[in-house]
Design a protein around this ligand. Structure first.
Ligand SMILES: [Zn+2]
Length: 168
């Protein structure tokens, strides 16, 4: 695959499986790609602080963040993307709401299995209280589909499914 068409990367948070190969990709086609992330996770992504969950790595990734994102901010891609700050899994975790397709990119704020939203993944959460409050933010949105990084796509009765995981 060519990275020629890649213009923007939005990182939901600092975990290593989300930073992925960004340092290598940027080395290849650096200045053409703009990287976004939340302010609170930026220093970890840039390698200025040890990753909160993968601090043991001998060579932590050194990415770069060009622009930081705030709760409620909108980006002009894909018909408009609203940024939702959803801390808990990490302090700077964000979720993305794609307005046109009513799709929620939930990152690791929740996980799913076979299209069923299972809620917060407790073993990898840093602040469970915050994580619960974050999920409540989704109830205000009209969501048709959710993409969890771990578990993939859910498309049925999203509001009810989220209501269920928020109340338990
Ligand atoms: Zn994660």
């Amino acid at each position: 695959m060519s990275f020629e068409k890649l213009k923007v990367i939005i990182l939901t948070h600092q975990d290593i499986d989300h930073i992925g190969s960004i340092p290598e990709i940027l080395q290849e086609c650096g200045s053409k790609i703009k990287v976004y992330a939340h302010d609170l996770d930026k220093p970890y992504i840039q390698g200025e602080l040890s990753l909160l969950k993968d601090g043991h790595l001998e060579t932590p990734p050194k990415g770069k963040v060009d622009e930081t994102l705030k709760d409620g901010q909108e980006l002009p891609y894909c018909g408009g993307i609203r940024i939702i700050h959803t801390p808990g899994h990490t302090p700077g975790h964000i979720s993305l709401y794609l307005k046109q397709s009513k799709t929620l990119i939930a990152g690791d704020s929740m996980y799913s299995e076979n299209g069923i939203i299972k809620g917060i993944h407790v073993p990898t959460v840093l602040d469970i209280k915050e994580a619960r409050l974050s999920l409540k933010k989704y109830l205000d949105l009209e969501i048709e589909s959710v993409v969890c990084y771990h578990g993939g796509l859910s498309k049925v009765n999203i509001h009810d499914q989220i209501q269920k995981v928020v109340s338990c």
